[in-house]
Design a protein around this ligand. Sequence first.
Ligand code: ATP
Ligand code: MG
Length: 571
Amino acid sequence: MSEDVITSTARIHALQNAVQFNGKANIKAVTGKVIAALRKDNIPPQKIIPLVNKVVTQVNALSLKQQTTELKLLAPELLQKGKKERDFSLPDLPGAEQGKVVTRFPPEPNGCLHIGHAKAAIVDYEYARMYDGTFILRFDDTNPDNAVEEFYAAQKEDLRWLNIAWDKEYCTSDNLEKHYRLAEQLIKDGHAYVCTCESDFIKECRFHGKECDCRSVDCGESIDLWKEMLSSGLDGAILRMKGDMICNNTAMRDPTLFRIIDKEHPRQGTKYRVWPTYDFAGAVEDSISGVTHPFRTKEYELRDECYFKLLELLQLRKPHLMEFARLSIEGMPVSKRKIKPLIDKGLVSGYDDIRLPTLQGLAKRGITPEAIKQFVLSQGISKVESTVTFGLVESFNRKLIDPSAKRFFFVPHPIELTVSNAPQKKKTIRLHPTNDALGSRAIQTDKTFFIPQTDAEKLQVGDIFRLKDLFNVKVTKKNKKIVGEYLDEELIQNSAKLQWTTNQFLPMDVFIPHPLFKDDTYNADSLEQVNGYAEQATASLNTGELVQFERFGFVRIEKKDHSLIGYFSHK
Ligand code: ATP
Ligand code: MG
């Protein structure tokens, strides 16, 4: 009886696996599935394994078409899952209409973009594409203390690198006159007032839920004060929305809408001194620019109430405000506020430092825009805050670059090896184990080689190892250098296979990024420099090429004054 159960279960799993993998089921994969499926029936694996082997052989003898037909009959639901690629699609947007969705990405031009911004930009952009809608790039540059000329262009460059295109672009600071008109309307309608209290006092009143005297000033006088603020007086005054000073949500306790920042602005010069806060500019811009589905990170959740209240008071359209969790990555500063001090203090070399999660830093170390996109979409738009490891980004990247990255030998910390009786050889070695199109290179060998120090240290006199893709060597002497003798070329099972170069090598430094923070403190050893020798064939590589140094890792190459530098991407 149990044999029938095993055979029929195995048949279904073997068919499913075969259909998924081009007609050939894998015994190990199928066995695992069958054992798991029959665990509840207490059938021991020893009984299962031989039957699975038999079934897999039978199934693999069928054509893919026969397998598909049979699986359709036995378990059609498995067929649908069949060869499905990983699904990176985003969930539907509430109240979205095809052709009418408008999203926006609103960076503040106060630094280069990082992978957290990429999350926001990709989600906004993908939704606009999904609904055949419009995607707006809006520079939220209404704080002249922060806005810096060079970052407008730099952020656009970052977005282009991500392959994100926008349908419209504008700067919030270009709309200040409109903001002023709306502010005046609010004051006239009795919904906002100029507050001249000291900031500590304002804080205290907010804390205790007390109104200050400024709140009861009549509209006409408030308008005069507002005009004075705009022209040149009333230093330190702010414009506040009349919210609710005893509201449980403290964000509603008469939030600040405008404040005076007397500083030259990179676009507007000295034209303005009164600037809207994020509460005002964010809500107003989303509404008047026609955004239907603005996304914000979850930390703004408490401010949503202000957002809607303000639009209500201004009688402006309310968008479907959406929230997702801020992206955080272990050991990495995913915030301009944390990145900038590192640059200012010289703890990293700049925005393109390979330890940073900035798009420039990631690009430099060979993380592709497509990997970032897949990573971001795999995270989705949940509100659950979590810290992910960078390994996730790496695994998307690895899958993307592995099929086309040329393989080379790189010997970190090289140690000389002399093979006394080595035959001279011109050895042709493939540049990729499976991708024929990448071709091969020929290496001329002699008696002198270099092998990695970590491998050399483990060798003992008498040991036999293999110079990978070349021949076997027996160690005869070991001091600072290694001496050995040529043995033969037959592959020996389980012998160590070492990377090597001849004495025709290219000295190369590879920089390896490690976490910038450990337990929240700066990791002084976060940038490792590995000196090594790369095989001669790497000399033809160009800046930007992603290669794999065998047994070392994937590396992005940069050419600098005739020599090459490597930036380690990941294993
Ligand atoms: P930072 O701390 O990096 O300055 P920010 O939110 O002040 O963050 P902005 O330039 O104002 O930076 O952000 C533009 C957009 O990118 C916003 O919609 C913001 O929510 C989003 N964003 C910024 N950082 C992250 C992050 N770590 N994860 C997800 N989205 C982010
Ligand atoms: Mg900001």
